[in-house]
Design a protein around this ligand. Structure first.
Ligand code: PLP
Length: 437
């Protein structure tokens, strides 16, 4: 309560800005994930790893646009490339050479020959799922409980179901997460637990499953790692049933390491979806895969459309992000910097004996508020959300910017220096000391 009062005191201009916005916009925010109580921080400007709000509070940003800003705010290379492109026009709706350049860069990094750009991760997963249906002639889709893949209807099933409606842990119900989703859509989506190959085998054996869409590492319930051998088992089971495997790398993307989680973990899907970190903060997505599948788009069997696809400003940002801002050595250095932060946080936990542990993947990390590992959504739901909230409000009042709750994880961008990265550990240490008294 003391921390909530302090937040309210520090963010009076954010309160006023939110109250104004609420009159013209539901919840006063452009995307419902941006709303939280009592009101969100409203930002004036950002650069590097710093964000400044309308009350002139300065924060070290550890959210970095839900991971979209791996390149940092206003990365100089991205800024320069976009500024130069701006002078040459913002939209052509006929191709420009940047499209092929970006396709080549993605092919090189991810080892898949063909790509199409989209404007968001949502579009990437929507288009990949349609392609899988077009290729297989099947209708159903399998996803994991607690998995988020954007906001189109078919993936807005069992993102964050309440335990009262979620059904048995080993055979979860398909729970719509929004009004406006048809029963037909709900019936088309089969939900299984993560890290459970047998459940996948059972779901695919029932027949008519076009694709299994999964984040190779779940990054919308903190960070939830695959068990040893899980992804290879998934690959084998999909092959056995003729179901396409889609790795949703919207969040892992290049934050996982140079070639994404796919290369890092050594299992190849049939289709891959990207967004966020490849765009240096610009609205982008992409999907790619094996030529035998992508050629369904080439021959027009499956349509993939969009006025803004391959937008030259955005393509300039992607190219600069991938070739200048986030090169292999820069990514490796950033992953190492994140490793030092994770180690520091784990040492604080070990010293204090609090029921928590750290999880890391690439340039990301999180504090998981349970003594035991989180292997799936039900484990995640059993962690201590009250302590997570207490840590969040303590942090935000001391300039550690993240969204509340346990869904997100921190990201060390290529523009965080050691001091900026370690600030998180310092504030976490203060919190833990208050906690253990
Ligand atoms: N897939 C995953 C794994 C995501 O985390 C998200 C967004 O958080 C999406 C897809 C949707 O991306 P976007 O918000 O760009 O539509």
């Amino acid at each position: 309560e003391r921390e909530m009062a302090s937040y309210a005191e520090r963010t009076k201009a954010s309160q006023a800005a939110t109250e104004r916005a609420r009159k013209v916009m539901p919840a006063g925010v452009p995307s419902s994930f941006q709303a939280y109580d009592p009101w969100p921080v409203v930002v004036k400007h950002a650069a590097g790893f710093t964000m400044v709000d309308v009350d002139d509070n300065s924060y070290v940003d550890y959210d970095m646009g839900f991971g979209a800003l791996f390149a940092g705010h206003m990365n100089p290379a991205v800024h320069k490339a976009v500024s130069e492109q701006l002078a040459d026009g913002t939209l052509y709706v006929t191709p420009c050479e940047l499209n092929a350049e970006v396709g080549e860069i993605l092919a090189d990094r991810y080892g898949f020959p063909m790509w199409r750009p989209t404007n968001s991760g949502t579009e990437a997963t929507m288009d990949a799922i349609r392609l899988a249906r077009g290729v297989t002639g099947r209708e159903k889709l399998v996803k994991v409980e607690g998995g988020y893949h954007g906001h189109h209807d078919e993936v807005m099933i069992s993102n964050k179901p309440g335990l009262d409606e979620a059904g048995p842990a080993d055979a979860p119900h398909s729970v719509p997460q929004s009004g406006g989703i048809t029963q037909g859509t709900i019936d088309d989506v089969i939900v299984i637990p993560y890290n459970d190959p047998e459940a996948l085998d059972r779901a695919l054996a029932a027949g008519d499953v076009a694709c299994f869409i999964v984040e190779p590492v779940m990054e919308n319930i903190g960070i939830c790692l695959p068990d040893e051998g899980y992804l290879q088992a998934v690959r084998d089971i999909c092959d056995k049933h003729g179901t396409l495997l889609i790795f949703d790398e919207v969040k892992t993307g290049i934050t996982a390491g140079y070639g994404g989680a796919t290369n890092q973990l050594g299992v190849r899907p049939d289709l891959i979806t990207l967004a966020k970190s490849i765009g240096g903060g610009f609205p982008v997505g992409a999907f790619g895969g094996k030529a035998e599948y992508m050629n369904y788009i080439t021959d027009g069997t499956v349509l993939h459309l969009g006025t803004y696809n391959g937008n030259p400003l955005v393509m300039a940002a992607v190219k600069a992000t991938l070739t200048e801002a986030c090169t292999k050595p820069i990514v490796e250095e950033t992953v190492a910097r994140n490793g030092r932060l994770v180690d520091a946080c784990q040492a604080i936990i070990d010293r204090s004996g609090i029921p928590a542990h750290t999880v890391r993947f690439g340039a990301k990390g999180c504090i998981t508020w349970s003594a035991s590992p989180v292997r799936n959504y039900r484990d995640y739901k059993a962690t201590d959300f009250d302590l997570a909230f207490a840590q969040w409000i303590h942090g935000i009042n001391r300039g550690v910017l993240l969204p509340p709750g346990l869904d997100e994880q921190w990201l060390i961008s290529v523009m965080h220096d050691d001091d900026a990265a370690m600030r998180y550990a310092t504030v976490f240490d203060e919190f833990v000391q208050e906690l253990v008294g």
